[in-house]
Write a protein that binds this ligand. Structure first.
Ligand code: ARG
Length: 462
């Protein structure tokens, strides 16, 4: 195949180099954005009198036809083409002859590709944001159903204090709200226009970069042509925002894996979202969540690939930067796969309320409340803490719990104890009274759900 730059070269490029160099296998997915960018460019060239109005219109018509033909399957990508940009330009020239050759006036693939990735990722961010929104809505729904479902809260994976399942779900909703906020922020910095930076040094033509920006729905042209073609911060920012979101999904997955084990039995996943074993008939495995935990590693890896790929590059474009696409596309594809599966998996899981409550009832989860009981009767907290520690030790030696320990044993430790201690340390009281702002009490969970829905509305529209 004769290359675009054949004039300068005396030999054809080695076929191995051609295959090695080519990116069409993974950048063809940007065809729509490439055409959108070219239409804006051709429009501006015509308006500025850089090419004739009729050539501009012909180019736009030709580009639209190519788009239709790709979408209808009439036009297939040529795997020998160097990349999607060359492919579309060559196809345009094939169709329009000399007019097609005018499209690349005052443009380089360097600003073209920088633009295409921004436009492509801008669309992907919208999809991912919508999925995260759906996940938050699902969490709010589950939290509503379980605002008063008592479960143990953990630190060090040791039973710590009682909380509600709704409270636990809403903790993840907060993380995901921040994820949307991070995506909004990434999108804001991504949505600026590198087109017109040309190869690196702008152009001598009288182009209008503000016009292409507004045609493309971008806020403004990037203000330095060298930076315009060299910058991939937006890929790194997106990969980083996605890594954080995956890390959240991974922690959630880890909890679901624990909760669905026989040791916990807090939840049961729907059969449609579990898998069996090829040898052990009793097994029901939480493969989906394990795969999400595993895929988190690869999204974090994508982020690392991008940072490492960029860190030694002199300005401006270097071919190394072609590697950006596989990394960021992988991150985007995988988080979508995860979210699409995770949402219905959560939505269909069964919450085993009684098991959660039974686990909360053991393990001295109300010890802090026992100490607080003494504090509320005037004792300094440290003293109360020590006395309660003694009571716990006594319960352990007598193989009983604080709820069942006789009042005489309490009184032996402190005269402040009375029969009302049993109400004070009952699980229901422990949870109901934890009504500090952001706390696990059912009324507070309901409040958090409302706030979260409001915040989601703001962030999603904002
Ligand atoms: N396929 C290339 C990439 O993805 C397009 C830019 C090529 N520019 C160049 N000067 N070789 O980065």
């Amino acid at each position: 195949m004769s290359m675009m730059w054949a004039g300068r070269f005396s030999k054809e490029v080695d076929s191995k180099v051609n295959a090695f160099n080519s990116s069409i296998a993974f950048d063809a997915r940007m065809y729509r954005q490439d055409i959108e960018g070219s239409i804006a460019h051709a429009t501006m060239l015509g308006e500025q009198g850089i090419i004739s109005m009729s050539d501009s219109l012909e180019l736009i018509g030709g580009l639209k036809e190519i788009l239709d033909d790709i979408e209808s399957g009439k036009l297939e990508f040529d795997s020998n083409a160097e990349d999607i940009h060359m492919f579309i330009e060559a196809e345009l020239t094939k169709r329009l002859g000399d007019v097609g050759k005018r499209l690349h006036t005052s443009r380089s693939r360097n600003d073209q590709v920088a633009l295409d990735i921004r436009l492509y990722l801008r669309d992907e961010i919208k999809e991912i944001r919508l999925l995260i929104k759906q996940l938050i809505e699902t969490l709010c729904k589950i939290a509503e159903q379980h605002a008063d479902t008592i479960m143990p809260g953990y630190t060090h994976l040791q039973r710590a204090q009682p909380i509600t399942f709704g409270h636990h779900m809403m903790a993840y909703a907060q993380m995901l709200l921040r994820d949307i906020d991070r995506l909004n922020d990434t999108e804001r910095r991504m949505n600026v226009n590198p087109l017109g930076s040309c190869a690196l040094a702008g152009t001598t033509y009288n182009i209008d970069r503000f016009r292409t920006s507004s045609l493309l729905g971008m806020t403004e042209p990037m203000s330095n042509s060298l930076d315009g073609v060299s910058d991939r911060d937006f890929c790194i920012e997106l990969a980083s925002a996605l890594s954080v979101c995956m890390m959240h999904l991974s922690r959630f997955s880890e909890e679901i894996i624990l909760w669905s084990s026989w040791e916990f039995k807090f939840i049961e996943l729907d059969d449609a979202f579990s898998t069996g074993s090829s040898i052990m008939p009793q097994k029901k495995n939480p493969d989906v969540t394990e795969l999400i935990r595993g895929k988190t590693a690869r999204v974090i890896g994508d982020n690392m690939t991008l940072l490492t790929m960029m860190k030694g590059l002199p300005l401006a474009y270097n071919k190394d930067m072609q590697e950006d696409k596989e990394a960021i596309f992988d991150a985007v594809d995988n988080i979508k796969l995860c979210l699409v599966t995770f949402i219905p998996m959560l939505d269909t899981m069964t919450v085993l309320k009684d098991n959660m409550r039974n686990s909360a009832a053991k393990g001295f989860i109300n010890a802090t409340d026992c100490a607080d009981y003494l504090v509320k009767k005037g004792m300094p907290f440290r003293t109360a803490y020590k006395i309660t520690g003694g009571l716990v030790a006594m319960c352990i030696s007598k193989n009983t719990t604080l709820e069942e320990l006789p009042i005489e044993d309490y009184k032996q430790q402190s005269e402040l104890f009375d029969n009302d201690v049993y109400t004070a340390i009952s699980l229901d009281t422990c949870v109901k009274e934890r009504k500090s702002y952001g706390g696990p009490a059912p009324e507070k969970v309901t409040e958090q759900i409302e706030l979260t829905r409001k915040k989601l509305e703001e962030l999603y529209n904002g």
